[in-house]
Design a protein around this ligand. Structure first.
Ligand SMILES: NC(=O)c1ccc[n+]([C@@H]2O[C@H](COP(=O)([O-])OP(=O)(O)OC[C@H]3O[C@@H](n4cnc5c(N)ncnc54)[C@H](OP(=O)(O)O)[C@@H]3O)[C@@H](O)[C@H]2O)c1
Length: 352
């Protein structure tokens, strides 16, 4: 992260700075040397006063209720949907452009839902609402492979099963998985902690993420469907999902069946996906023939493996996807949005 005095550089706030996504945002802003004039770290009153080093300097965490959004040009929110619903409108009213990582505004018609590699054009104009929404962590890798397939062959249907890591439930989710695993190893009959994950996640596989909807699907499953349709601008895209939590610390995976409108050639499919920005295809010829959460490779890429065209249906094929949910699925996408809007001059001193 590069602190500068240039008045054109933005003043930035990170709300949820002590969380899993917030701390990854800080990491990425440092790694990518994002130029800024001021940085404000914001969290709940529980963390107020805590010092977090950024770029070699200590920053004091401020309580959200005491923070004045009039002090910043750009605010990243990753402190939960309820917090965003309550505080983002006030931040926008004070003049901040908000990049929101939660579910609060994703389907709002005046708020673009953006994956820069897929639909950056939705940012050609500043957002009507003053908010840019970051999609769900499993939607992002999915649309990054669906879009090129849709453009080349058309997508008749996509069937997705996710294998989602504990870090999708933040720092506390990871702590609960590790604590539960230790307890279970010591005593197989021990009662395991089940606050973030119910039933407990240690040594388990749980086909239920978020809350049940009237449709019988969970909210996580419905989010993937409606967000994919909005991002790809395909209102009737036939995509259906089962979202599953697995006892993995970080990196979400997904098994994706896609039925195209026309026969698919495997070599062409691999070449097409390999040509997408920040997508790595692991093919059988390579030593790392398939990605896993522990050994995927570049943390900023969507990793694709197990590419199989069905011998029974030449229009249908399987992909295995792995990506870092905290980076690709959340913080990196948000930072790439910020880099794009800063380049377009949407912030104070720009067109806003
Ligand atoms: N984890 C992922 O893979 C992922 C991916 C995409 C989107 N998201 C979304 O990002 C958001 C944060 O997720 P996370 O995984 O980073 O969670 P987390 O590790 O639990 O962090 C939550 C953050 O929000 C802050 N916070 C909680 N309640 C607050 C309040 N009332 N006022 C102000 N700050 C408050 C916490 O501050 P304290 O430390 O002070 O409690 C902490 O900084 C969620 O909406 C989540 O759905 C997460």
């Amino acid at each position: 992260m590069t602190l500068v005095t240039d008045p054109a550089a933005p003043r930035i706030a990170i709300v949820g700075a002590t969380g899993a996504v917030g701390s990854t945002l800080i990491e990425l802003l440092e790694e990518r040397a994002l130029r800024h004039r001021e940085l404000h770290l914001v969290a709940s009153s529980r963390s107020a006063g805590r010092l977090i080093p950024v770029g070699g300097r200590p920053y004091e965490v401020q309580a959200l209720e005491d923070f004045d959004f009039g002090l910043v040009d750009l605010a990243f929110f990753s402190a939960g949907t309820g917090v965003s619903a309550e505080w983002v409108p006030g931040a926008v009213a004070k003049g901040a452009l908000v990049i929101d990582n939660t579910n609060a505004f994703r389907m709002d018609p005046g708020t673009p839902l953006v994956v820069p590699q897929v639909n950056f054009r939705t940012l050609d104009e500043p957002p009507e609402s003053g908010i840019i929404a970051n999609p769900n962590c499993s939607t992002i890798p999915l649309v990054r492979v669906l879009q090129p397939v849709e453009r080349r062959w058309g997508v008749r249907q996509a069937v997705v099963s996710t294998y989602q890591a504990a870090s999708g439930q933040g720092h506390h989710g990871v702590e609960e998985l590790l604590e539960g695993s230790e307890l279970a190893l010591r005593d197989p009959d021990a009662e395991l902690p089940a606050e973030r994950f119910r039933p407990p996640l240690a040594f388990n596989v749980v086909p239920f993420i978020d809350v049940l909807q009237d449709s019988g699907f969970t909210l996580e499953e419905e989010k993937m469907v409606r967000e994919s349709r909005k991002i790809l601008d395909l209102a009737h895209l036939d995509v259906t999902t089962t979202c599953v939590r697995v006892p993995v610390v970080n990196c979400h995976s997904a098994a994706v069946w896609i039925e195209a409108d026309a026969p698919v050639d495997r070599d062409e499919l691999i070449a097409l996906l390999s040509a997408q920005p920040e997508v790595t295809v692991h093919d059988a010829e390579n030593r790392a023939a398939f990605p896993t959460p522990l050994e995927a490779g570049h943390p900023d890429h969507v990793h694709v493996g197990r590419v199989r065209v069905s011998p029974h249906n030449p229009r249908g094929f399987w992909l295995w996807l792995v990506s870092d949910n905290l980076r690709v699925g959340a913080a990196l996408n948000a930072v790439q949005i910020a880099e794009y809007v800063l380049g377009r001059g949407f912030l104070a001193g720009g067109t806003r």
